[in-house]
Design a protein around this ligand. Sequence first.
Ligand SMILES: NC(=O)c1ccc[n+]([C@@H]2O[C@H](COP(=O)([O-])OP(=O)(O)OC[C@H]3O[C@@H](n4cnc5c(N)ncnc54)[C@H](OP(=O)(O)O)[C@@H]3O)[C@@H](O)[C@H]2O)c1
Length: 247
Amino acid sequence: MITSLIPATGGAIDDDALHRLYAYPVTDRPYVRFNFVAAADGAATSGGFSAGLGNDGDKRIFTVLRRLADVVLVGAGTIRAEGYGGELVDDDARSWRRGHGLAEHPAVAVISGSLDLDPSSDFFGQAPVRPLILTSTGAAADRRTALERVADVVDCGTDTVEAPAALAELGRRGLLKIICEGGPAVLGDFTRSGAVDELCLSISPLLAGGDGPRIAVGRSPEAAIGLTLSSLLAEDSALYTLYRRAG
Ligand SMILES: NC(=O)c1ccc[n+]([C@@H]2O[C@H](COP(=O)([O-])OP(=O)(O)OC[C@H]3O[C@@H](n4cnc5c(N)ncnc54)[C@H](OP(=O)(O)O)[C@@H]3O)[C@@H](O)[C@H]2O)c1
């Protein structure tokens, strides 16, 4: 049973309340929401995956976040680690989306500089909508050719994918409500670019130990982004935060 600590409402939070809580603001520009789960010791993985950190409440919120989004944005490292094959939303979510004026399936976009992605993987073979790959002009031509058979491949930078260019491409496609499911390299990069509007962070009641990454890694976040806590939910000993960019 998920309850709300901030704002304190008392009682269980139902799905309608979750939809209201996580509703995107009305926006005419790409709005970037990140969703992560971390252990209480800051680890973003347990045994190399995020799945070992989640619980039922986390999965419920994860589902709601996908349901509300125009596009699921994810880094190539997360695709390589976690697969992402098959449909990203279930029958209920598709029906809810149709009823709320959204495309039946959210679009899916992958950030990859190397284009080291397998065109014959389930991610491409089972995708209900043709994936979009955001890459840079420096990517290997042979990999690009192979991936263009199964996805739209768009350059958003020369040596690396630049977050503003990636967001501009999503905006051109009318994909304004963005749920970015990581991973840590993407959050680190978007933080450096100042391209984060929200962070939904689930804190798992677990000391994961080991040497898993934290939720943002990479180049120094010189443009650190201040956050304001917008809501705090709980289930058992797990916490579900929603932070918005301060100011
Ligand atoms: N705790 C959580 O909620 C959570 C969420 C997601 C993932 N994870 C975990 O995080 C681990 C993966 O970490 P990760 O940092 O490798 O994942 P990632 O951020 O998904 O992927 C990193 C890759 O994305 C591409 N990339 C990111 N920024 C780029 C840029 N500006 N320009 C070009 N390419 C860029 C690069 O791909 P190329 O190498 O193809 O160039 C890079 O190697 C996995 O173990 C996964 O399970 C945890």
